[in-house]
Design a binder for this molecule. Structure first.
Ligand code: UDP
Length: 392
């Protein structure tokens, strides 16, 4: 039995696919310590891990964070870097205290590969978005002098590198924390440009298992009509205007609509909720997807993976980060459509749903990707790779 520290941030999408893996590792005799915030305590304990509280400093950082600039990519890198700066000392302390044998870390949050280097322990990367072999912006946008926010970032990276005792961190090192083994929670068939990745990248497919959540939801109401499930994820989901268009599009239709609106939207702003709608702040997504005909999503990779795993076509309306890439890929494999938020009207929503439900090719394509996920082995394959790697 070895002790492993799983280092993660505090977002559902980065944590959900890791929980079945944790359970599997525990089942195979590993002692898993899971570093995250109190919001996820119950879930990681239910998966069999020892919960390691990230502490107040990290929660305070998350609650008080305000973007330092306006350029979407530089701001993202700056955010990841700031998160790493807060997390690294906390994680290092915990790793020493526990006396870990190896580390599994999120590809984005927590500087887990630096922890591995500093403690001279094997580290493994857990990636819940597409694998990234290069930055998703053109090279000229990385030239010093191109943008003041970029220059400020380079300065900060220089300071952080010397603080961490690292010769030279690059933007890529911050964006994707590559390790000797990189577990990617999608399949080669769905990963864009899959052939360009070296053998340290293992595409294990979606990692799906029964979730230990207690959420009141009237699942029996999804039996009679075709179900359309709408969710814009758990982070940027304050879209009252969009939800109102959904209500207008599907009021009194033959569809049953499940609308997950997140924690920020004011339900009162949505007006009267029609009888064929179930509106909740958070739903048991895997249970809902099993009964869903079509999913309208922001194109988060976890949501899209989960839908395709159950053979559900997706209409993606990407908002940020990798959601654009995921939505393009979804449309490219024929498992759904990618729409722009600015084009959305109630009529377009209704027509798009009708179109996908009429044309069986969308369902067939989504089933095909779902099969590729199962064939890739999921969390069991991930555990095989990890246990093989830690003992090399
Ligand atoms: N999720 C859920 N219920 C909801 C909304 C989201 O269980 O009502 C879960 C979903 O199953 C997925 C995660 O939250 O695992 C969202 O991850 P994703 O990468 O799709 O989007 P993010 O929230 O990170 O933008």
């Amino acid at each position: 039995m070895s002790k492993v520290l799983f280092i993660n941030g505090s977002v559902h999408g980065h944590i959900n696919p890791t929980l079945p893996l944790v359970k599997e590792l525990v089942h195979r005799g590993e002692e898993v310590f899971y570093f995250t915030t109190a919001q996820f305590k119950e879930k990681v304990i239910a998966a069999g891990a020892v919960y390691v509280d990230a502490g107040e400093k990290f929660t305070e950082f998350n609650n008080n964070y305000r973007p330092s600039g306006s350029h979407p990519f530089y701001v993202l890198i700056d955010y990841i870097l700031q998160t790493d700066e807060v997390m690294l000392p906390l994680v290092l302390d915990k790793a020493k205290e526990i006396s870990v044998d190896y580390i599994i870390h999120d590809s984005l949050f927590g500087a887990g590969n630096i922890v591995g280097r500093r403690l001279n322990k094997p580290d493994i990367c857990s990636c819940t978005s597409f694998a990234m072999g290069r930055l998703p912006i053109p090279p000229h946008m990385l030239e010093p002098g191109f943008h003041p926010e970029l220059d400020a970032l380079y300065e900060k990276i220089g300071i952080v590198s010397s603080e961490w005792g690292i010769t030279k961190l690059s933007i890529m090192d911050i964006f994707f924390k590559k390790s000797g083994l990189n577990i990617i929670f999608t399949s080669k068939e769905f990963q864009p440009d899959a052939g360009s990745f070296d053998d340290s990248f293992k595409f294990v497919g979606a990692s799906i298992a029964q979730r230990h959540e207690t959420i009141g939801f009237p699942i029996e109401e999804l039996e009679e009509k075709a179900v359309v499930y709408i969710s814009m994820g758990t982070i940027n989901n304050n879209f009252a205007g969009f939800y109102k268009k959904c209500i207008e599009a599907f009021t009194e239709t033959d569809y049953k609509i499940v609308l997950s609106i997140g924690q920020k939207t004011d339900i009162a702003e949505l007006g009267r909720i029609p009888n064929n709608f179930i509106v909740k702040r958070y739903v048991p997504q895997l249970d809902v997807l099993k009964k869903t005909g079509i999913f309208i999503s922001h194109g988060g990779l976890n949501s899209v993976n989960e839908a395709l795993y159950y053979g559900v076509p997706v209409i993606a309306i990407p908002q940020a980060n990798d959601q654009f890439m995921v939505s393009r890929q979804l449309a490219a494999v024929g498992a759904g459509l990618s729409l722009k938020m600015e084009d959305i009207t109630p009529q377009l929503l209704k027509e798009s749903v009708d179109k996908i439900l009429r044309d069986a090719s969308y369902k067939a394509a989504s089933r095909k990707v779902g099969e590729s996920f199962r064939a890739a082995g999921g969390y069991e394959a991930a555990a095989d790779y990890i246990l093989g790697y830690k003992s090399t």
